[in-house]
Design a protein around this ligand. Structure first.
Ligand SMILES: Cc1cc2nc3c(=O)[nH]c(=O)nc-3n(C[C@H](O)[C@H](O)[C@H](O)COP(=O)(O)OP(=O)(O)OC[C@H]3O[C@@H](n4cnc5c(N)ncnc54)[C@H](O)[C@@H]3O)c2cc1C
Length: 464
């Protein structure tokens, strides 16, 4: 590792992986910094017991200040794209229009973003889950939708060869894909860039960024030692929580009142139906379809056919002792549907007196209405399918972490300008989901990558 670069990218997930690749391709001297370890398909941990503490921040889960909402984000080269479901959807007109209204940023529209989506999609293997690969849980979801006249559609996933016909169970790749089939940024962008000479430093946890003449100094810890490097340009791509925390630790909150505000997370609520038959929802392509219903979109929620490995499912049952044991004995008879809501972005990220990140993420009355409407829709579906028991978990999850450094033209309301620069900072940028102005209600990863691709063009002058 040298001590000075053209561009330093902090964080190697959806945004950072794309950006570092594109900068390297354009010939920039670029350093990619990542707090976590560098795993490969051979070294990703094999079981849920191992991968939760090794791959995730907080040893598996982090919680909001109420202790009810759990957040998941990965800490490894490739970031959360290693552990996600890799469902890659474009935003619709509604999502872009709402972003433009809240931010005043003119390029937030379907036509301007189309070439950026195309550039990302052309690098990835995208497949729709085929009907012959639907497992029993997926078929029940479809039957439930059809019975009630709800629209549904197969999922589009980034994958090249999941070997489902040879009995592979994709649920294992929630702890990293052992086949390099899942189109994480590790597979699609970082590995090719490394082969072409990209510099990467894993195990570098950035603490602060400090503007200096003609650049930015980045300070952090490697194996407990203080290290610093400088870049003519520095891009924060450490995710909504990571990038916001770095800016807060660096004192930017004094001048940017919006720093840490407008955090959202698409809260996800899991419901289960217990059936007399074996469902084996964990087998094969464990997620195959989603709701695609204009009424649900207008109402602010969507349904996804989903499941989890045993430890995650065990956490979700709200009872203890014998009742819990009996529940887990029925693991193979459970069907599961998740409600994800388009939440209002009133969450707040702050540092406590010890410098730890505090996440305040209350649900608003509108959020609760959306949740309740979604959950009653799912209950209707399960009962009509002949479930013997139906219940929803008290816990809920935030898997799409967004905001904290939102983009917008007014520095009183936003942290990052339409040029991706932190307001008032000529050399410091934010590229990741921290810049989302509000919750789109759509899987975010493809749009994060498309925005990073746009910034890459800007930094290399390719947009001129
Ligand atoms: C289980 C799960 C399933 C999901 N499924 C989907 C899906 O199907 N489709 C979809 O669109 N989205 C999905 N998501 C969400 C999606 O993966 C994320 O929204 C996306 O990866 C966020 O991209 P990012 O670049 O903002 O952050 P990340 O991908 O989280 O990358 C941030 C990186 O920065 C690193 N970092 C953080 N702090 C520091 C620091 N101080 N110093 C150095 N490095 C740091 C982190 O370790 C991490 O590697 C899922 C998420 C989860 C948890």
């Amino acid at each position: 590792m040298h001590s000075h670069y053209d561009v330093i990218v902090i964080g190697s997930g959806a945004a950072g992986g794309v950006l570092a690749h594109d900068l390297q391709q354009a010939g920039a001297s670029c350093l990619l910094l990542e707090a976590g370890k560098h795993y490969t398909k051979e070294t990703f941990p094999r079981s849920e017991l191992e991968y939760s503490p090794q791959l995730f921040w907080g040893g598996g889960l982090e919680f909001d200040s109420s202790g009810k909402m759990a957040f998941l984000r990965a800490r490894c080269v490739g970031g959360t794209t290693n552990v996600n479901q890799c469902l890659l959807d474009r935003f619709d007109d509604l999502a872009w229009a709402d972003w433009q209204r809240d931010s005043g940023v003119p390029f937030f529209n379907t036509a301007t973003m189309a070439p950026h989506y195309e550039a990302i999609e052309s690098r990835l293997s995208l497949q729709t889950i085929a009907p012959e690969q639907f497992n029993h849980n997926t078929r029940l979801f479809i039957e439930g939708c059809d019975k009630h006249g709800f629209g549904w559609a197969p999922l589009r996933r980034g994958q090249s060869d999941c070997a489902l016909d040879q009995g592979n169970d994709c649920i294992g790749c929630l702890g990293g894909c052992h086949r390099d089939s899942k189109q994480s940024t590790l597979v699609g962008f970082i590995q090719p860039a490394l082969r072409a000479g990209l510099s990467i430093q894993a195990g570098f946890e950035v603490g602060q960024v400090e503007p200096i003449a003609d650049g930015v100094r980045v300070q952090g810890l490697v194996d407990g030692r203080k290290v610093s490097v400088t870049g003519r340009k520095v891009v924060l791509a450490a995710g909504a929580l990571g990038s916001t925390k770095i800016l807060l630790q660096s004192g930017f909150g004094k001048h940017l009142p919006a720093l840490g505000q407008h955090f959202s997370s698409h809260p996800q609520f899991m419901s289960f139906g217990r059936f007399a038959d074996t469902i084996d929802a964990h087998k094969g392509a464990f997620q195959g379809v989603k709701s695609q219903d204009a009424h649900f979109r207008a109402a602010g929620f969507k349904l996804e056919n989903v499941f989890g490995p045993p430890i995650s499912i065990a956490m979700l049952y709200p009872r203890l002792g014998g009742a819990h044991q009996r529940f887990m004995q029925h693991y193979r008879q459970l069907a599961c549907i998740e409600v994800a809501i388009r939440d209002e972005a009133i969450g707040r990220l702050q540092l406590d007196r010890k410098g730890r990140l505090r996440i305040h993420k209350p649900l608003t009355l509108q959020d609760l209405r959306r949740r309740d409407q979604g959950l009653s829709t799912v209950q209707q579906m399960f009962w009509s399918l002949g479930a013997e028991e139906v219940f929803s978990s008290d816990f809920y999850f935030g898997l799409h972490l967004m905001g904290g450094c939102r983009m917008g033209s007014d520095p009183r309301e936003a942290v990052v300008g339409p040029d991706f620069k932190v307001h008032g900072q000529p050399h410091l940028y934010v590229a990741d989901s921290a810049l989302f102005p509000n919750a789109p209600g759509i899987n975010p990863a493809l749009s994060i990558m498309a925005l990073a691709q746009r910034l890459g063009q800007q930094l290399t002058g390719a947009d001129a």
